[in-house]
Structures are given as structure tokens and as C-alpha cells.
Design a protein around this ligand. Structure first.
Ligand SMILES: Cc1ncc(COP(=O)(O)O)c(C=O)c1O
Length: 403
């Protein structure tokens, strides 16, 4: 890898790459995953769903159904907006969740990550301001960075983003949008409470500033109370990003943007310039999988498994973590957020952790402004109980012996 990097540096000097190509960093999570793939390392770092839960046989059958029923459309260029049957299905699922949308509101994307890029294309240019939660999803910072905005982070607590601080920063910075992950946030696992959702929408309306709610985890609640989707509270001001990555499989690379029809016209233009349209074949595969009645039972299976793994990891942390270490206990999603005692640096500690056979993502990478380096993100869904137990024991030792 060092050799390749040296070659890249030489090439960057020689050819006229864009400023973005020269300056934007590759994902720290990918870099960590690289080290964590060494034999014997237990990896709580990645954002990967549990592979043993992928509905392999049902997807195989859905692929055959696509070839039997939609072969020509699946293999031909399609509409930029996406496969109509899938857009209808998404709109109808969202209506069941209380969001009043029509098929015209749904733009299919290459995962929620492409949704972020499209939102960036639609709203941002050099020095535009984006408000983010503290901390926030690293992949969104990367996607938006391409458009060179200025990030301003808003204070949060256990109930999510703090409305007074949102209002102050709206007034001061006139942001292009505010970016949130309202449900089981990546990285903290926290949700924005109903009261805060109402307040956030009210402020956004007052300042005519869109809210981007990136929502890969909303359907992965396994305990606690249902919360009203932000898009249901503020249909006129919220743009929601969805994805099948965490509820079926990320390799399918299918997500969506849900906005109001006038905004959708602009979103569609941005999408067309990106890649004309998303993969028609996998759109039909998802449609056939859902039409056969598999989607809801599959989500239920995933919820149950993840709930057990969360309980098991939290139990192990209670048993083994040194005194003073704290963590969130999310009611859904994939991640929990740990804070170590004192001034320990989790980024400095990572080298020792990997040497001890345990990987995590240091929290400091999830901050758009001042970072808290005493935090880390753990994925509780992607390991067996035996690995969770061993991994937490290893991590507890690394934390206890760090200075
Ligand atoms: C908050 C958030 N947004 C977007 C994504 C990207 O999802 P997708 O696989 O749909 O591109 C992720 C993936 O981990 C995420 O956590």
C-alpha cells in the first residue's frame, strides 16, 4: 500500500488532477477495515450488517423471477427516477409509517450514500454552510466535502439535537440545510425525541431551511417507543433519504430520496447527471423480493437478532469495562457509542487495540468541528456472541492499560 501511495503522490505531481482528487482523503473506516482484516482481529469497526442473515435463497428466487417477468426492462436503460413498481412500493411503505407521499416523491438512488451526494450537488457550493449534529455520520461529511461547504456543528444530548442551538446557528449562518440522522444515529445510536423533532421542524420552517433526514436505521427499532418520522411532521421542509442496505443487503446498492414533487424535479436532474439511473436489475430484485411477501418477515428476523446482540454486548461491557467508561444503549440500529474515562485518546489507543486483536472506529472522525477523542463507535451486529465476549474482554484490557 505504501508503494501505491508513493506512486499516487508522484502522479498527482505530474498530472493535473482536480483539487478534490488531490485533497480529499480516503475513508478512515476503510483504512481501519484494512488493518482489522488481519487474521485474529475482531472487528467492531465497520458498518457492516450481519452477513449470515442475508436472505440468500429468497434473493436467488427473486433474481429468477426478474428474468421471468421483467427481463427486457431489467436489462434496458430505464427512467432516471427509477423502476415504477419499486417507487410505488417505497411510497406505500412510507405511507404506512405516517408519511403522506406519492410515487412522484420517490427518486431511486445508488444507496443512501448517493442520496447524500445528490443532495450536495443540489444545494452546495464553495463556502455554503451545512449544520450537522455533534457527532455526525462520517460518510456524509465526506460526500458533502466534495462541494467544499463549511460545516457548523450543533450541540446534542441524549434526546438528539438541541433546538435552541439550531435556532442560534440558523440565524447566524443561514445554512443551505441541516443534516440529521434522526433514528439510531450513526455513530451514537441515539434518536431525536418527538418533542425535539417538532421543534426542529418549526425552526426549519421559520428560517426556510430544509432538513435532510438520513434514515437507514428507522425500521430497525427493537425496543422503546415508536417515534414520528421527521418527514411526517414536516412534509414541506424535510427531505428523507432511505436505503435497503441495512434491511436487506448493502451490496444491492439501492436507496431512495423522498422529497416533495417540485424538489424532486431538481433531484432528478442531479441524478441524471450522475449515472442516468440506478441499476434496474437490482431494483426489480428488491421489488420481487418484497412482492413475494419476504421483506417484513426479514426485517423482523434482523431486528430480533440485532436486539439479542445489543443486549449481549451491553451485558459484556457492564461486566468487563473499567470503571468510568460510559456508553449509549440504543433501541435500534447497528451502533453504540463509548466514552472512556479521563483524557484517554481512543485514536492513540487504536494501534494497541489492533495489536491486541480488536478494532473499533475512534470517535474523533465523526466530528465536523471540535472532536472528542475519548469516544469510539462499536458495531454490535456484526459479530457472534463468542466474538462479542472475547472482543469486549480485549477492549476492556486495552482501555484499562492505556495511559
Ligand atoms: C447514516 C448513514 N447514511 C448513509 C449510509 C450509506 O448507506 P448506503 O449503503 O445505503 O449507501 C450509511 C451506512 O452506513 C449510514 O450509516
Amino acid at each position: 500500500m505504501g508503494e501505491i501511495n508513493k506512486n499516487v503522490d508522484a502522479l498527482v505531481d505530474e498530472w493535473q488532477f482536480s483539487r478534490n482528487a488531490r485533497e480529499l482523503q480516503s475513508s478512515i473506516i476503510r483504512e481501519i477495515l484494512k488493518d482489522s482484516s488481519k487474521p485474529g482481529v475482531i472487528n467492531f469497526g465497520g458498518g457492516l450488517p450481519a452477513p449470515e442473515l442475508f436472505p440468500v435463497e429468497k434473493i436467488r428466487k427473486a433474481c429468477l423471477d426478474v428474468m421471468d417477468k421483467h427481463a427486457v426492462s431489467a436489462l434496458q436503460y430505464g427512467l432516471t427516477t427509477g423502476v415504477k413498481e419499486l417507487r410505488e412500493l417505497i411510497a406505500s411503505r412510507m405511507r404506512k409509517q405516517g408519511v403522506e407521499v406519492t410515487t412522484e416523491c420517490i427518486q431511486i438512488t445508488g444507496g443512501a450514500q448517493q442520496g447524500l451526494d445528490i443532495v450536495g450537488r443540489a444545494f452546495l457550493e464553495s463556502d455554503s454552510v451545512v449544520l450537522t449534529e455533534t457527532p455526525t455520520y462520517l460518510g456524509a461529511l465526506q460526500a458533502f466535502s466534495f462541494y467544499r461547504p463549511k460545516f457548523v456543528s450543533v450541540e446534542t444530548d441524549n434526546d438528539g439535537i438541541i433546538p435552541d442551538d439550531v435556532e442560534e446557528k440558523m440565524k447566524k449562518y443561514k445554512p443551505r440545510f441541516i443534516y440529521v440522522v434522526a433514528n439510531f444515529q450513526n455513530p451514537t445510536g441515539r434518536c431525536i425525541s418527538n418533542k425535539r423533532r417538532e421543534a426542529l421542524v418549526e425552526i426549519a420552517r421559520k428560517y426556510r431551511c430544509p432538513i435532510i433526514d438520513d434514515n437507514p436505521y428507522g425500521e430497525l427499532r427493537f425496543s422503546g417507543q415508536h417515534l414520528t418520522p421527521l418527514k411526517a411532521i414536516g412534509p414541506d421542509i424535510v427531505i428523507e433519504l432511505g436505503t435497503f442496505s441495512k434491511i436487506i443487503s448493502p451490496g444491492l446498492r439501492i436507496g431512495w430520496i423522498c422529497s416533495q414533487p417540485s424538489v424532486q424535479t431538481i433531484i432528478e436532474r442531479m441524478k441524471q447527471a450522475c449515472d442516468l439511473h440506478s441499476n434496474s436489475f437490482t431494483q426489480y430484485v428488491i421489488y420481487e423480493f418484497a412482492a413475494a411477501g419476504h421483506l417484513d418477515p426479514h426485517i423482523e428476523t434482523v431486528r430480533k437478532a440485532y436486539s439479542e446482540r445489543r443486549d449481549f454486548m451491553v451485558g459484556m461491557m457492564k461486566k468487563h469495562f473499567p470503571k468510568g467508561t460510559t456508553w449509549t444503549e440504543p433501541e435500534g440500529g447497528l451502533f453504540l457509542w463509548v466514552k472512556v474515562a479521563g483524557n484517554l485518546s481512543t485514536s492513540a489507543m487504536l494501534k494497541d487495540a489492533i495489536a491486541a486483536g480488536i478494532a473499533y472506529v475512534p470517535g474523533k472522525f465523526f466530528y465536523s468541528e471540535k472532536a472528542d477523542d475519548t469516544t469510539m463507535r462499536l458495531n454490535f451486529c456484526n459479530a457472534t456472541n463468542a466474538n462479542i465476549e472475547e472482543g469486549i474482554k480485549r477492549l476492556a484490557k486495552v482501555i484499562a492499560s492505556a495511559k
